[in-house]
Design a protein around this ligand. Structure first.
Ligand code: CA
Length: 446
């Protein structure tokens, strides 16, 4: 029987007025939800997500977990459509539950939508199991942002997937084999946006009590700024149905088996160290034979077997997902680029010359506006106060021609003003003379 010790903590933080995060800690089902939407929308959405999930998952299977996500999505979507006050609300949901796989073995299944995260802390290493469904993560995966840039990107709160936004939702879900000593962390972005991963690791290493560790992580988030709600659920595996014991016995058995004549014959076919003999935990050795050995960090055969079957099970889905992500990322990238580069505006350069810029005045994401053409003869000083204001408004045009026309208008106004200013000394005598007194220059001078 797999058993857990669980701790959790949540806090509004130091800036926000309400806590839109929700968490779920029950015997074998754990979740964190991070709601969004004006008024009370975020709170309603995240609370609904965990209550619907809890009501829906009454069977220990991965299907029951993902079905719970689907039902939660429907419930939030329906409520958002019915209540104008809650329109547009949505939430992330990251959850984990104990299941029994088709071989009758206990495993952990996790599922995720949005950018709350699921980490596994094992052997002192923190590994993110879930994938963020955010614009910044898409750009990072696309190679357009580094890990460091993504971590501090101003648009990192833009989600590409959330519960309650659409009638249907795509859910990520996988299974993992739990071992005694494993520590799982479910958290909202309030944590990892404030606290560096190294520090999260150090805290998980230092504090054995899950409640203490969760409270300490929330405290660190607030200490660093607490700009968002922070929620942590920590799940420690304290009994794994002797999974670890069986695994090490399997390793020990293989080592002691080296002395027997039959094992020595086997040895001639292998490089040391000897992989545990296939078939010890089942007879589908042929299924395993084409997979690389060693991804189980030497934990032994059973874990190895379970992890491999899980990997095989999800591979095609992962590929499909990555393809979909590429398409979505490509479309998003194209849209942003089009929006950023598809407009022009007139403004002053740093040298106070009038210029046509391509792009949006404030820039869009990573795309800054660029100077398309400068007009050195048209300087800030040449313009009247009203004209300067007109330029400073930085009105955007959808075509370059319109921007050129705006500059031409300015040029025309300036030359016209100059012409009128010059009028008295050059042409005034002839044009104003008929009605004027003896000395025309004195009457037309302002
Ligand atoms: Ca948040």
């Amino acid at each position: 029987m797999t058993r857990f010790r669980v701790g959790s903590a949540t806090d509004t933080g130091r800036i926000r007025s309400n806590n839109q995060d929700s968490k779920l800690v029950s015997d074998n089902l754990f979740a964190v939800a991070d709601g969004m939407g004006g008024h009370q929308g975020g709170e309603v959405a995240s609370a609904l997500a965990v209550s619907e999930l809890r009501a829906a998952v009454h069977e220990s299977s991965q299907q029951a977990l993902t079905e719970g996500f689907r039902l939660a999505n429907e419930a939030i979507y329906r409520k958002a459509s019915d209540d104008p006050e809650l329109r547009g609300m949505g939430t992330t949901l990251a959850a984990m539950t104990l299941i029994e796989n088709e071989l009758g073995q206990e495993e952990l299944a996790w599922a995720n939508v949005g950018d709350s995260r699921i980490y596994r802390f094992r052997d002192g290493e923190l590994l993110q199991l879930s994938r963020d469904h955010s614009l910044v993560e898409d750009l990072r995966r696309d190679g357009q942002l580094t890990e460091e840039e993504a971590a501090v990107h101003p648009q990192r709160n833009i989600l590409t997937r959330a519960l309650g936004i659409d009638a249907d939702v795509e859910i990520d879900s996988e299974t993992v084999a739990p071992f005694v000593g494993d520590r799982y962390l479910l958290c909202s972005d309030g944590l990892f946006n404030e606290v560096e991963l190294d520090r999260i690791s150090a805290t998980l290493r230092r504090l054995a009590d899950p409640d203490e560790a969760a409270a300490e992580l929330v405290r660190q988030s607030n200490e660093h700024g607490g700009r968002d709600n922070t929620t942590c659920v920590i799940i420690d595996v304290i009994d794994d149905d002797d999974r670890a014991g069986v695994a090490s016995a399997a390793l020990a058995g293989d080592e002691s088996g080296l002395d027997s004549p039959t094992r020595q014959v086997d040895m001639t076919d292998h490089e040391a160290p000897v992989p545990p003999s296939p078939g010890r935990f089942g007879d589908d050795s042929s299924r395993d034979s084409d997979l690389p050995f060693g991804q189980a960090k030497g934990q032994g055969q059973e874990y190895d077997h379970l992890d491999r079957s899980t990997t095989r099970h999800i591979t095609w889905r992962v590929i499909l997902f990555l393809l979909a992500l590429l398409v979505v990322g490509g479309v998003a990238f194209g849209a942003v680029t089009w929006y950023a580069n598809g407009s022009y505006y007139v403004a002053f350069t740093e040298q106070d010359e009038v210029a046509i810029f391509q792009g949006q005045p404030e820039g869009v994401l990573w795309i800054e506006p660029e100077i398309d053409e400068t007009f050195p003869d048209l300087r800030r000083d040449d313009l009247t106060g009203v004209q300067q204001e007109r330029v400073q408004r930085e009105r955007t045009y959808t075509s370059r021609d319109d921007a050129v026309r705006a500059v031409e208008t300015l040029e025309f106004e300036v030359t016209e003003a100059e012409r009128q200013a010059e009028t008295p000394t050059t042409t005034a005598p002839t044009t104003t003379a008929p009605a004027g007194p003896a000395d025309p220059t004195t009457t037309t001078t302002p």
